[in-house]
Design a binder for this molecule. Structure first.
Ligand code: AR6
Length: 190
């Protein structure tokens, strides 16, 4: 079962490369904890030991075994990504990444957000994950401006999907309608 069949949300499916399909990028509105894919990405914090927002939702849905495995990872640097099992989630794996806190754009935030998406996709690739779902990293309590974040997210995803032979489908799971609309608008440029 794929994302759009289990979520009450709007769905827009974009094939890469104009019909000569190398992979699919989907933008949907919904809850990432409900999605059955090979890996969902978590917008975590430096401890990797849970928090609010999507991080809290993923830990609640995955159960305490996720926290136990996260304790063995010894945290995460900004822009890095580490993988665990998905435990009680429908997703097989969770890729935990730490996006940058927005500080006005002078602290390499754009590069660090790019690194978060790229390193998450690399972990997916290394672990044979064909289907991957992302939340909108850093645009919640880390306050990264939404449109700029969407441009980095979708550029990084499209570039990666032109190269990978493993990752076939990437879904951006937007929690609220403003995020969904922004990602849809940015995706139209590709
Ligand atoms: N499914 C999909 N997206 C969600 C869900 C969900 N279930 N819940 C929230 N979002 P945030 P950040 C959206 O704040 O900005 C945590 O406390 C949310 O609406 O979760 O990277 C961590 O521990 C927003 O669009 O992540 C860190 O301390 C997006 O996910 C810190 O927040 C990201 O919002 C990370 O901040």
């Amino acid at each position: 079962m794929n994302a759009d069949s289990i979520l009450n949300g709007k769905c827009s499916i974009i094939d890469l490369n104009g019909g000569n399909i190398m992979g699919t990028v989907k933008i949907i509105q919904g809850d990432i904890t409900k999605i059955k894919v090979d890996a969902i990405v978590n917008a975590a914090n430096t401890t990797l030991l849970g928090g609010g927002g999507v991080d809290g939702a993923i830990h609640r849905a995955a159960g305490p075994q996720l926290l136990a495995e996260c304790r063995t990872l010894h945290g995460c640097e900004t822009g890095e990504a580490k993988i665990t099992k998905g435990y009680l989630l429908p997703a097989q794996h969770v890729i935990h990444t730490l996006g940058p806190v927005w500080q006005g754009g002078t602290q390499r935030e754009a590069q660090l957000l790019h690194n978060s998406y790229l390193n998450s996709l690399k972990r997916a690739d290394e672990n044979n994950c064909a289907t991957v779902a992302f939340p909108s990293i850093s645009t919640g309590v880390y306050h990264y401006p939404l449109k700029a974040a969407a441009e980095i997210a979708l550029t990084t995803i499209h570039e990666f999907m032109r190269k990978t032979k493993v990752v076939k489908e990437v879904t951006m799971v937007c929690f609220d309608s403003a995020t969904f609309t922004t990602y849809q608008q940015v995706e139209q440029k590709f």
